[in-house]
Design a protein around this ligand. Structure first.
Ligand SMILES: Cc1cc2nc3c(=O)[nH]c(=O)nc-3n(C[C@H](O)[C@H](O)[C@H](O)COP(=O)(O)OP(=O)(O)OC[C@H]3O[C@@H](n4cnc5c(N)ncnc54)[C@H](O)[C@@H]3O)c2cc1C
Ligand SMILES: [Zn+2]
Length: 323
């Protein structure tokens, strides 16, 4: 571990991050906290730039609309006991600045969330990075097989993670497989990894250029990447990757990012859970179906055959989300 990384681990411990800033993932990968900039307060600070005011408090408060004096909601601000030329016009903020934070998130005023940034070191298989790298508004630097010998270090699924094809989700895993299928799959996978690595090593020993020698290594080989994302990008990525539609291994790594995000930006993360992760959005047809349901009317699909509006899809959407 470099001195820099050691310092960041100390920092991770000091700010009380899960795993002291180091979360093991998969068989031998990890997500490690390196650094971050800004907390939930910085989102408010950035948003209030438009009015020249800053973050005040997460606690309830009131502010005079005329002279900007602020104080707790329950008591008249001490300063106002002194002679003041202002006949204060108080505006109450019963939720403190939580109200503005939620307003920004719900109404998709997302640029203030870009003022917060996290930097992480990730070790995971290349198949994971192929997916992570699709998130374009992020910065990455990755270990290079052109410059160094890649370590003999591969992702190996746990037996319980080896499942059959999903019945409905074409890209997912579903049914439990027979033990012998799991066992032989894992043995074959391990054998293939060893063969590929041995060929790679032999090619390097014979003097083949590293950029060519690596060509036949599988996407299960582990790589290391430093990842920097602003909070907006991070939550967008989590919405897609810490989700049941994503590949199992991808979800596991994303959940480590989520744990750090939750610890560093607890109030914003709570909004993400409330309004994105556990929220259900309705299509126009579904909203019409819901309206009919609530009014006790019979639901007539506007366009028969419109998939999301078909009777039953609505309940599937809700029950699927909360199963
Ligand atoms: C479950 C799952 C399955 C997937 N399957 C496949 C697959 O089979 N094949 C495949 O190729 N990909 C696949 N993807 C990747 C997917 O298509 C996206 O590329 C990826 O999720 C990145 O998300 P994003 O498009 O929101 O872009 P991000 O890079 O995360 O960008 C964030 C946001 O910025 C904006 N943005 C960024 N770039 C542009 C741009 N050029 N133009 C306009 N707006 C932009 C958009 O609003 C975007 O949502 C899959 C993703 C998931 C989660
Ligand atoms: Zn006043």
């Amino acid at each position: 571990m470099s001195d820099y990384e050691t310092q960041q681990v100390i920092r991770g411990k000091r700010i009380g991050l899960p795993g002291d800033g180091y979360i093991p993932v998969l068989n031998n990968g990890f997500v490690k906290y390196l650094d971050h900039m800004g907390g939930d307060e910085d989102v408010i600070e950035a948003a209030r730039t438009s009015t020249g005011r800053g973050f005040v408090s997460w606690e309830p408060y009131q502010r005079c609309e005329k002279c900007e004096l602020t104080g707790s909601l329950s008591s008249v601000p001490v300063a106002s006991l002194h002679a003041s030329p202002c006949d204060h016009q108080w505006k109450a903020f019963p939720r403190g600045d939580n109200g503005l934070l939620e307003y920004l998130y719900v109404n998709r005023h997302m640029t203030p969330f870009e003022m917060c940034v996290g930097k992480f070191l990730v070790k995971a298989p290349i198949i994971f990075f192929r997916q992570l790298h699709r998130h374009r508004a992020a910065s990455y630097n990755e270990m290079s097989g052109r410059y160094m010998q890649l370590p003999d270090d591969f992702y190996m699924p746990r037996p319980e993670d080896v499942k059959g094809k999903h019945a409905t989700n074409k890209q997912g895993s579903g049914e439990k497989l027979e033990d012998w299928v799991v066992k032989t799959f894992l043995e074959d996978m391990s054998w293939g990894q060893q063969e590929a690595y041995s060929d790679y090593k032999q090619a390097l020993d014979k003097g083949v250029a590293p950029e060519l020698a690596r060509m036949n290594l599988p996407v299960s080989i582990n790589s290391v990447c430093v990842v920097q994302m602003n909070l907006r990008m991070l939550l967008h990525m989590l919405g897609l990757r810490d989700d049941g539609h994503a590949q199992g291994l991808t979800q596991e790594v994303a959940q480590a990012f989520a744990q750090f995000a939750k610890a560093i930006w607890p109030r914003t993360y709570a909004l993400y859970e409330e309004h994105t992760k556990y929220a259900v959005t309705l299509s126009r047809s579904e909203a019409e179906e819901m309206k009919a349901l609530l009014k006790g009317d019979k639901y007539m699909p506007r366009e028969p055959g419109w998939k999301l509006g078909d009777a039953g899809m609505l309940s599937e959407k809700f029950l699927g989300k909360f199963k």
